[in-house]
Write a protein that binds this ligand. Structure first.
Ligand code: E4P
Length: 250
């Protein structure tokens, strides 16, 4: 399973990289437009931050323009995957650039048929737009899952990359469906880490530990601290027979 961040925010990409769960970064023209950089600067600067692919979407609407942009993006950095739209020009471009060895797939996918056509052309990925499908009256998670099932049945290697995912509920359903990859905007990405039950559980442990201090403290340090607090001499280890010999950390 691969998890991508749908953002061009360098700080967030660095942060998510530290958690060890980030497999790559997806962008789209709206995300790039919100940066200060040129298209190329935005894509190459992200590529320098991550150990994984950065997805870059073409803007041309005809096949000649898409092919030109796909070839250029592919040269910008080592690990760029080109996003082509689910249009006839997009499929024509996909057919051409895949024979040249350029990694590319189809995005803004709204149907199983669009996804199968992409896989027939050896697409690197297809990106069903889960929340936008749901907005349009379909169950976006079901469409993504159906694409995965069809690819398994036909033996296609094309990655099913669930995109346009808006909440934790959709994320969990996608995980249960065993979707190959999911890209998440920062708010949804971060929501995965948080749960009230975890907060409450940890608060209980903190309360139980109370003022006992540093868990790395040795018995000697603990006794000094205890003496300082109570003004008495404490030698619990000697009395109970539990000393360093009994495995207490020194
Ligand atoms: C995927 O790569 C797209 O950038 C993204 O998921 C689109 O989602 P949206 O519906 O939030 O725009």
């Amino acid at each position: 399973m691969r998890l991508y961040a749908d953002t061009a925010d360098h700080e967030l990409i660095r942060e998510y990289t530290r958690y060890g769960v980030l497999d790559g970064v997806t962008t789209n023209p709206s995300i790039v437009a919100a940066t200060d950089g040129t298209y190329r600067e935005t894509i190459t600067s992200i590529a320098e931050l991550i150990d994984g692919p950065v997805f870059a979407q073409v803007l041309a609407e005809d096949a000649a323009g898409m092919i030109e942009q796909a070839r250029a993006y592919d040269e910008w950095a080592e690990d760029v995957i080109v996003k082509l739209p689910a249009t006839r020009a997009g499929y024509e471009t996909l057919d051409r650039v895949r024979t040249e060895g350029i990694r590319a797939g189809i995005t803004v996918v709204f149907s199983l048929s669009q996804a199968v056509l992409a896989a027939k052309n050896d697409a690197t990925f297809v990106a069903p737009y889960v929340a936008r499908l749901t907005d349009a009256g379909e169950d976006g998670v079901d469409v993504a899952a159906a694409i995965g099932e069809a690819f398994d049945a036909y033996g296609y290697d094309t990655e099913v990359l669930a995109a346009s995912v808006r909440n934790e509920f959709q994320v969990r359903r996608l995980y249960r469906a065993g979707i190959d990859a999911i890209t998440l905007a920062p708010a949804v990405f971060e929501a995965q880490f948080d749960h009230r039950g975890t907060e409450e559980g940890l608060a209980g442990f903190r309360e139980a530990w109370g003022e006992r201090g540093d868990p790395l403290a040795t018995r000697a340090e603990t006794e000094v601290e205890s003496e300082a607090e109570t003004g008495t001499e404490v030698n619990a280890g000697a009395e109970t027979g539990t000393g360093t010999e009994a495995g207490i950390r020194e």
